[in-house]
Design a protein. Structure first.
Lengths: 289, 90, 303
């Protein structure tokens, strides 16, 4: 950090990135702000309504439900994926061909297009043609993700765990590889228990990657759209309608530009806040190192 | 530009943000800022405090809209005071 | 580090006191047995996890080789009447295979644009301090994190107004929203690993910046560029919402075409499965080359 040179000409190197991202981020964002304060009928007819849409959005119970559902979902998958990911990382072989093979196999779900992930589970969970659905009915569980809200929830969570636990596992695996062998030797000489090794050697080394893992999983689960859209379509009812889907329904489905824009901004502000908290944490940790 | 459906208040808002950013840049070049710690529990530069101020102002406005029927200008004035406190002592 | 070096030093002293070792010997073997049991358990756990992980994918693959009548007639782990009919249908119908070509086109465009703009920017972030650098970096990150749904609303109008709607470049540019920040973050991570002395030596040797960058620096971070390209490819490939919104006919991605399998006569499950399998293949082909850097890529270069 100290070795960086002060040089404002570096801005010229960053300029292309700035322009290209600004085109896709700042112009749309400005437009969203414009929409959010107007009642728009068509290109030429619109009325300034001030903060009315914001009031409507902030008091809309459907959106409150979607927000609560969203937080619940993000927390659930974090609580499952983080410990599970650590566990998988600890089990992964460390050397040789089997290590490479494991890395590749574990990474496969991450490389599947999100709508195909939805499709896979749509098929897998069906009682008539899917293995999982058939298995559930064989052991006598009344399971149907298309009609029962709880089953739909469980399937969406299961799908996300299946899809994204590999990410946490890969991060932790690379964190574990960074621990020098001498640490383990020292622990062996002290006859430390497996738990002590994990608690005092491995976990401290994992904090860094875990923060990144939590950041990525929280953010990505907070914008989840495609997978539940394909799997349940937000249903049954609206039991698996998360924020992004509620927004898309309002913007594309009902074409309520004003309220949808206000909703977008509230959504964006929440993301910005969480993102900033994580960013500050990560940067401060790097500074401490 | 028509599809962006500009209005006077939003145009003023973005011009304001733009002016602040340009001003902050000029200020930074004229007299570079050192990180310091005020009442916020972390080391901040001027730019950080500006960002924290703007973000918290946005949330204050939202809370105001949701919870009260009072004029939004009240919230804006409150936020201006909050910004000054934050920039000076944050 | 100090702790570990002391244990190293204590080794010869333990050898000196031979008696201590003989006493400890059985304890060691007990610990070793425990360790061996632990490895066996973890290997078993790993195999179990992998089986559960791959089962849904296998099911999709299995279905893609079946006819629809067989799919609906019951469950089986292997296709009884092995058929390539589903795949033949995809490769024989331009409305199907053009979806793959469209997706590939915009993904490659996006990859090239992202790398070209991100390389110099990442260099700037890894080497220099400049006004607003941290805020810029954060702004980039926030764009990676922001839900595409938030920007979706005006995207349609934006790209229509510049006459790019339903073109490949429109989707490529839209995906830059999250791929350029991603590329900058990953590349910055790799570039920070290259010692500054190399830059300085090159400048002293009379290299200009562009010459140094292309001749010396880029070869040094080859693997980083490969990984970044892979991740740009990946994240553009898996995205559906923006790609679907910005296209209608000409540049329609495969993901959007897959919805066509729903028809009046019900779902064409076999065809859907085959199309799904074909979308997984590109990722599987290239993951091998980046296997050692996968974690770094997914962690935005921060591991």
């Amino acid at each position: 950090m100290q070795t960086k040179v002060e040089n404002n000409k570096a801005w010229f190197l960053v300029l292309p990135v700035f322009i290209i991202v600004a085109f896709s981020a700042i112009i749309p964002l400005m437009t969203v702000v414009n929409y959010s304060v107007q009642d728009i009928f068509d290109q030429n007819t619109s009325y300034f309504v001030g903060a009315e849409w914001f009031k409507q959005v902030m008091l809309d119970s459907r959106l409150h439900d979607a927000l609560i559902r969203q937080f619940l979902f993000s927390l659930t998958i974090l609580l499952i994926e983080i410990p599970l990911g650590i566990g998988v990382a600890l089990m992964m072989p460390t050397k040789g061909k089997s290590a490479s093979l494991c890395l590749i196999l574990v990474a496969i779900p991450l490389l599947i297009p999100w709508n195909v992930v939805g499709t896979i589970w749509q098929i897998f969970g069906r009682e008539d043609i899917g293995l999982f659905g058939a298995f559930m009915s064989t052991i006598g569980v009344d399971y149907n993700y298309a009609s029962d809200p709880f089953d739909a929830w469980a399937t969406v969570v299961l799908m996300d765990v299946w899809h994204w636990t590999p990410l946490v596992a890969l991060l932790c695996y690379s964190g574990l590889r960074a621990i020098p062998e001498v640490y383990y030797q020292a622990a062996r000489i002290d006859q430390a228990s497996r738990w002590a090794v994990f608690r005092y050697i491995q976990l401290p080394k994992l904090t860094n990657v875990l923060i990144i893992g939590v950041l990525l999983r929280f953010m990505d689960s907070f914008m989840i759209y495609t997978e539940p859209f394909v799997l349940t379509g937000g249903g049954p009812g609206s039991s698996t309608t998360f924020l992004s889907q509620a927004l898309v329904q309002q913007a594309i489905g009902q074409f309520d530009l004003g309220p949808a824009a206000a909703f977008s901004l509230v959504y964006f502000l929440i993301i910005l806040l969480v993102c900033w908290v994580f960013y500050t944490t990560i940067m401060n940790m790097q500074k401490d190192k | 530009m028509a599809w962006m459906s500009w209005t006077l208040p939003t145009a003023l808002f973005f011009i304001g943000i733009g002016v602040i950013l340009v001003g902050m840049t000029a200020w930074q070049i004229a007299s570079p800022c050192v990180e310091r710690r005020g009442f916020l529990p972390l080391d901040t530069t001027r730019g950080d405090r500006l960002f924290i101020g703007l973000l918290s102002s946005a949330f204050i406005h939202l809370a105001f809209v949701a919870l009260t029927d009072a004029n939004l200008m009240v919230a804006t004035v409150l936020c201006a005071i909050w910004m000054i406190i934050l920039m000076r002592w944050g | 580090m100090t702790q570990s070096s002391t244990t190293h030093d204590s080794k010869p002293s333990a050898a000196k006191y031979g008696t201590a070792e003989t006493i400890q010997a059985p304890v060691y073997s007990h610990a070793e047995r425990k360790a061996r049991n632990a490895t066996r358990r973890s290997r078993l756990g790993m195999v179990l996890y992998l089986v559960l992980l791959l089962l849904p994918i296998y099911w999709l693959l299995n279905m893609s080789f079946k006819t629809n009548t067989e799919i609906l007639s019951g469950l089986s782990f292997f296709p009884e009447n092995f058929t390539l009919e589903n795949y033949a249908k995809i490769f024989g119908d331009p409305t199907w295979y053009m979806g793959y070509i469209n997706s590939t086109l915009y993904v490659v465009m996006n990859m090239v644009i992202s790398l070209l703009v991100a390389l110099p920017a990442a260099y700037a972030f890894s080497r220099y301090r400049f006004v607003g650098d941290k805020h810029m970096f954060f702004w980039l990150l926030s764009n990676r994190m922001a839900p595409p749904a938030v920007f979706l609303l005006p995207f349609f109008q934006l790209y229509s107004s510049v006459g790019l709607f339903d073109t490949h470049i429109a989707v490529a540019l839209a995906h830059c929203l999250f791929n350029v920040p991603l590329a900058v973050w990953i590349l910055e991570g790799f570039m920070s690993g290259v010692p500054r002395e190399i830059d300085e030596t090159a400048y002293i040797d009379g290299y200009s910046f562009p010459k140094f960058f292309v001749r010396i620096f880029i070869p040094l971070i080859r693997s980083g560029i490969g990984v970044t390209a892979f991740f740009c490819f990946m994240f553009s490939w898996v995205e559906l919402l923006l790609a679907r919104t910005l296209t209608s006919v000409e540049a329609k991605p495969i993901a959007a075409i897959m919805t066509r399998t729903v028809s009046a006569s019900g779902m064409d499950w076999g065809l859907l499965a085959a199309a799904g399998v074909l979308t997984i293949i590109p990722g599987m082909l290239v993951i091998y080359f980046v296997r050692n850097h996968v974690a770094k890529g997914f962690a935005l270069g921060r591991v």
